[in-house]
Design a protein around this ligand. Structure first.
Ligand SMILES: Nc1ncnc2c1ncn2[C@@H]1O[C@H](COP(=O)(O)OP(=O)(O)OP(=O)(O)O)[C@@H](O)[C@H]1O
Ligand SMILES: [Mg+2]
Length: 273
């Protein structure tokens, strides 16, 4: 038998429907051990298409933060690759990668260090070369998106935790990132602030990867979820289906709040605008 031949594509034929759109994020074979020898990631693979909102779930110590720190090159040097909008994360493109991957850390105080909210939000865009009215416009737009416009001239350390969390989100949005990565966005927020942040995140037209232990929040905001467990992706699917799989949940130490029934939340709710 001769070699298998691939039929040539006729000129002018349409692009196959399954041609993948450019992924916001692609993680392939990512493995990593800390310098003390503790291995935290054992070959992680997933892909997030532009505009998706994906929850990253998993028990304490699963490797979620370790994974997040690889997305903009804070950690690296292990096996595998991370690609953001087609660009490999590595020393060569670090400035551009830091612009494209907006990480909101769990503690806003790790992110806010300037005397005023305005300066904190302007910091990244100014470092990227923006100035004058263009810079002011960028700052105003980011603060308006998180409902913090009137706090522009206040010192961040005079704001409440929830307000600082919103400003931290604004500092990242001001960079107009390809992907917004949030580590525990709902932690320490009162119910109203938690709701308001959900509304803000839902209204954003940006790819989102959200690390959370708040499973109802994941269901509400993210149609898709990944479960990271012992350094590997243990499940990748529709959030409602994963949360409704009792065996899967138990196997990865994930517990729904008492009385919460993911099946009672209609699957459409996760995608409601
Ligand atoms: N600097 C470090 N040096 C050595 N081991 C570390 C370091 N940081 C984290 N680890 C280990 O790597 C593993 C993954 O930790 P990581 O912080 O990524 O987990 P996580 O999923 O974010 O957990 P949590 O839900 O508690 O935030 C853990 O076993 C942890 O002990
Ligand atoms: Mg963590």
């Amino acid at each position: 038998m001769g070699a298998v031949t691939v039929p040539p594509v006729a000129p002018g034929s349409p692009v196959p429907a399954d041609t993948p759109a450019p992924a916001s994020l692609e993680v392939a074979g990512l493995a990593f051990a800390y310098p003390d020898g503790h291995q935290a990631l054992f070959g992680v693979d997933f892909r997030i298409a532009r505009g998706e909102r994906v929850a990253l779930l998993g028990p304490n110590g699963a490797g979620k933060t370790t994974l997040v720190l690889h997305l903009n090159g804070i950690l690296g040097g292990g096996a595998g690759t991370v690609t953001v909008a087609g660009m490999p994360v590595g020393k060569r493109h670090m400035a551009e990668i830091r612009r494209q991957v907006g990480i909101v850390f769990q503690d806003p105080d790790d992110q806010l260090f300037m005397p005023t909210v305005r300066e904190d939000v302007a910091f990244g865009p100014a470092a990227a070369g923006l100035k004058g009215p263009e810079l002011e416009e960028r700052v105003d737009r980011a603060l308006a998106l998180v409902g913090m416009a009137e706090f522009k001239d206040r010192p961040p350390h005079h704001l409440s935790f929830g307000q600082r969390r919103r400003v931290a989100v604004a500092t990242v949005l001001a960079m107009e990132p390809e992907i917004l990565v949030l580590d525990e966005p709902s932690s320490n927020l009162d119910p109203a602030s938690r709701r308001e942040l959900a509304d803000i995140l839902r209204a954003l037209d940006v790819t989102v990867l959200m690390v959370t232990h708040d499973l109802p929040y994941a269901l509400e905001l993210c149609p898709r979820a990944l479960i990271l467990s012992e350094g590997v992706i243990a499940a990748d699917g529709r959030t409602g289906e994963l949360l409704g799989d009792e065996e899967l949940m138990r196997a990865h130490r994930l517990e729904l709040p008492f009385g919460f029934d993911p099946r009672a939340v209609s699957s459409g709710a996760a995608e409601r605008a």
